[in-house]
Design a protein around this ligand. Structure first.
Ligand code: SF4
Length: 438
């Protein structure tokens, strides 16, 4: 029997999810190739792993899918964009959408060659959209991912790859898809499976690995309690394989740390912690559903300093209900709590999140993303959200532990990024409105 040829494509980078899908397909008997560009012609069966709402608006992706279907190559789309399958079907018109977690869907899809009736798929039939609700996998045991030969060349915030240790998050942040995609119950992988996978990455040329987004210390969380011992064993195992200077466990909630956890991060990783701070305004933290207070964030930063860890923080500006005073409180917070690095983004309403509902409910004339900025950056033609992005990027650079002088190319980069984010997020608003989709 000749095995099916399958292309797995994730635009721009080899995502971990695409590699997992590749591994599942290979284990099911397919001849799989993994790609991060659309330069080749579609052949066999095509799986697209799409992780940004912008992918739904990308003419290159749209044309590739149309070409695949014209040539009779079945084309399936999965990944975080599957949160609203109607939107994927409407914008990209693939043969089907794989909703949520792919493990239970891929083997039957490959063997039957059709999504009909498979739980976790959505497709159009005679002008009607059929949605078969997903069923989460019974276990997170799975074959090794398909690792590309050039994985060592990939650089995602300093790591070749972000590996998965568990699924789910206890948080309910209004802007985040993680609890909607994976649920709020923590499901952890076996440590032996994780370490075997990391060895395979190292043997394939990966030099630096990171634990993927969410909160690393929720690994093996159960019965309402963290399990620091399991998290520490995990870090120690990763460090033994890769070397501690080649492991990072960056993302962590400020309410999921302890002295022993911070000690282990210091001992077994590059020594950075990344907090999703988002805002210095209690009012905004409440609206965002962060579940933590401003003093808790300050305390967490101080605890990291005691453990000699570097601290990065990410901030969100231009939340639909953010007012000038909230924004000023964020600036004050940064001034009073210097970070080693700061990342700023304009609030993006990802489909299916509470933020998307709020974005649609907020009149545009009250939303900072659509209000023209009338302050000191007026000559730059910014919206208020873009002006806050630009201003906070400059402010954050100046108040870092090692201040950065922003001029020339760095200044232009902030300027360009402010405009790009504003433009792209306004396009997301239009998309949400088109599908009336909170
Ligand atoms: S803590 Fe992080 S992963 Fe969890 S819901 Fe909030 S932003 Fe998402």
């Amino acid at each position: 029997m000749i095995s099916m040829q399958v292309q797995v494509i994730s635009p721009g980078i080899y995502t971990y999810g695409a590699m997992v899908v590749g591994g599942l397909l290979k284990a099911a008997g397919a001849r799989v190739t993994l790609h991060r560009t659309f330069s080749g012609a579609p052949a066999g069966m095509v799986f697209l792993s799409l992780f940004s709402t912008q992918h739904l608006l990308d003419p290159v992706i749209r044309a590739f899918i149309a070409s695949a279907r014209k040539q009779g190559a079945p084309c399936y789309v999965g990944g975080p964009v599957s949160a609203v399958p109607e939107m994927v079907l409407g914008e990209l018109a693939p043969d089907a959408v794989i909703i949520g977690e792919g493990e239970p869907v891929i083997p039957p899809l490959l063997s039957r060659g059709s999504p009909d009736g498979i739980p976790g798929t959505a497709y159009s039939r005679d002008g009607e959209i059929i949605i078969n609700p997903p069923v989460p996998p019974r276990t997170l045991d799975r074959p090794l991912p398909l690792i590309p030969e050039d994985i060592g060349d990939q650089d995602i915030r300093g790591a070749n790859v972000y590996i998965e240790t568990h699924r789910g998050c206890l948080g309910a942040c209004s802007f985040c898809q993680v609890p909607r995609f994976f649920g709020r119950t923590i499901r952890s992988r076996e440590i032996g499976d994780i370490l075997a996978e990391v060895r395979a990455f190292r043997e394939s040329g990966a030099r630096r690995i990171s634990i993927s987004g969410g909160t690393g210390s929720l690994y093996q969380y159960r019965d309402g309690a963290l399990d620091p011992g399991s998290f520490i064993n995990l870090l120690s195992g990763l460090a033994e394989i890769m070397g501690p200077r080649n492991v990072s466990a960056p993302d962590i909630r400020v309410d999921c740390i302890s002295d022993e956890i911070l000690d282990a991060i210091r001992k077994y990783t590059i020594g950075w912690v990344f907090f999703g701070v988002e805002s210095g305004s209690t009012r905004m933290l409440t609206q965002m559903g962060k579940g933590v207070s401003v003093p808790q964030i300050s305390d967490a930063i101080a605890a990291c300093r005691q453990h000699k860890l570097a601290v990065a923080g990410s901030f969100i500006v231009g939340y639909p209900t953010e007012e000038a005073d909230d924004y000023e409180q964020t600036k004050d917070f940064i001034t009073g709590n210097p970070f080693d690095d700061i990342f700023v983004s304009i609030a993006e309403p990802l489909p299916s999140t509470p933020l998307a509902s709020l974005a649609l409910r907020t009149p545009r004339e009250e939303n900072p993303l659509f209000i023209a900025h009338t302050g000191e950056y007026r000559p730059l033609g910014f919206s208020e959200a873009e002006a806050r992005f630009f201003d906070l990027s400059l402010h954050g650079a100046m108040w870092r532990t090692r201040p950065l002088l922003v001029a020339g190319q760095a200044y232009d980069a902030f300027l360009g990024e402010a405009r790009k984010q504003g433009r792209e997020i306004r396009a997301v608003y239009n998309l949400l409105e088109r599908y009336n989709q909170p």
